[in-house]
Structure formats: structure tokens, C-alpha cells
Design a protein around this ligand. Structure first.
Ligand code: ADP
Length: 167
């Protein structure tokens, strides 16, 4: 049986931590669909297209990984993608709590849905997109946290903030 899974997230932008999860998922599953969530109630720095493109550029060597986007209910999207498996990453205890709630909610919405967790690599366990955006907007280096094309895009987006800070 072909095992497919969906790895959903905001990926605003994709980090080395996300890429680590994608690599692990591509080994665990026959096909992994990395899907950028469109959530109009959450402000994002990058457009859906920009986020998808940055993921694509950094996963092109993983032949069983596809990049997509979705809006609305994840359980409906899973049906569309003909899978019942959600892949997520866990960094910290606080991740565990929110991920556990999400997993149980999705299961309550569709009892066939199963959430599979992989643990972060310790070197990326502290990474999150929000902190990375903060560092860039203050003029800091993020080359150890994100791929180089993502760093370039971040600097481009945050240029006006830099200039305002006089750096
Ligand atoms: P959210 O859905 O909370 O916006 P993200 O889009 O940033 O989260 O991340 C999607 C998934 O990737 C989540 O399961 C999150 O726990 C996981 N993740 C993010 N960063 C890392 C990391 N550094 N290591 C492992 N998993 C991560």
C-alpha cells in the first residue's frame, strides 16, 4: 500500500527545522505533501506562492515530496489528497501540548485521521519562523537557521525595517 502523508504548516518562511522534518517524512512515507496553509486570520510576511516556492527550491532533490497549499479545514484537504495521515514536528513541551490538542481535534472531526510526530533535531529544536523574522528585522544574521535563498528573501522583505532602524 502506498503511504501518503500531509505535512501542513504556515512555513512563513520555511526554516532548517521544517526541512529536517520534511527529510524525515520523505523517508517514512512513500509520498509527502508539504502544504502551506492559507489562514486569512493570521498575518503572514510572505505570500502563499512565495512560501511554496521557497519550500520547492529546498526540496527539489526529494523526489517523493510535493509542495501544495490549502485553505479551510485540514480534514477536508486530507480527503481530497486521499490520505488520513498528518505529519507534524515537535520541538518542546509547549509544542506537545498544542500539537496534542490539534491532533485530538482533527481526530474528533474525522476519526480516521492519524497524526504522526517526528522530533526536531536538537540543533534546530529552538527554531521558529517568528524569532527568525525578528532577528532579520533587527539586522541580525540568520544564515545558520534558514537556507540561503530564504535568507535573501527575508533580507529583501525586511529592508524597509532595517532602513528605518538606521542600519
Ligand atoms: P504553525 O502551524 O504553528 O504555524 P509552523 O508552520 O511553523 O507551525 O510549523 C509546522 C510544523 O512544523 C509544526 O508541527 C511545528 O511543530 C513543526 N516545526 C517547526 N519548526 C520546527 C523545528 N525546528 N523542528 C521540528 N519541527 C518544527
Amino acid at each position: 500500500m502506498m503511504r501518503r502523508a500531509v505535512y501542513p504548516g504556515m512555513f512563513d518562511p520555511v526554516t532548517n527545522g521544517h526541512i529536517d522534518v520534511i527529510k524525515r517524512g520523505s523517508i517514512l512515507f512513500d509520498k509527502l505533501i508539504v502544504s502551506v496553509g492559507c489562514n486569512p486570520s493570521k498575518a503572514s510576511l510572505f505570500s502563499i506562492e512565495e512560501r511554496m516556492e521557497m519550500i520547492r527550491e529546498n526540496t527539489k532533490d526529494l523526489k517523493n515530496v510535493k509542495v501544495d497549499c490549502f485553505s479551510g479545514m485540514l480534514v477536508d484537504y486530507l480527503k481530497e489528497q486521499k490520505t488520513n495521515i498528518i505529519l507534524r514536528g515537535i520541538r518542546t513541551i509547549s509544542d506537545f501540548e498544542s500539537e496534542y490538542q490539534r491532533a485530538l481535534t482533527n481526530r474528533a472531526l474525522n476519526k480516521e485521521v492519524e497524526t504522526v510526530f517526528v522530533t526536531a533535531s536538537e540543533q534546530y529544536a529552538f527554531l521558529n519562523s517568528t524569532l527568525i523574522k525578528e532577528v532579520v528585522s533587527l539586522g541580525g544574521q540568520v544564515s545558520q537557521f534558514v537556507p540561503s535563498n530564504v535568507e535573501r528573501q527575508l533580507i529583501k522583505k525586511c529592508k524597509h525595517i532595517y532602513e528605518k532602524n538606521g542600519s
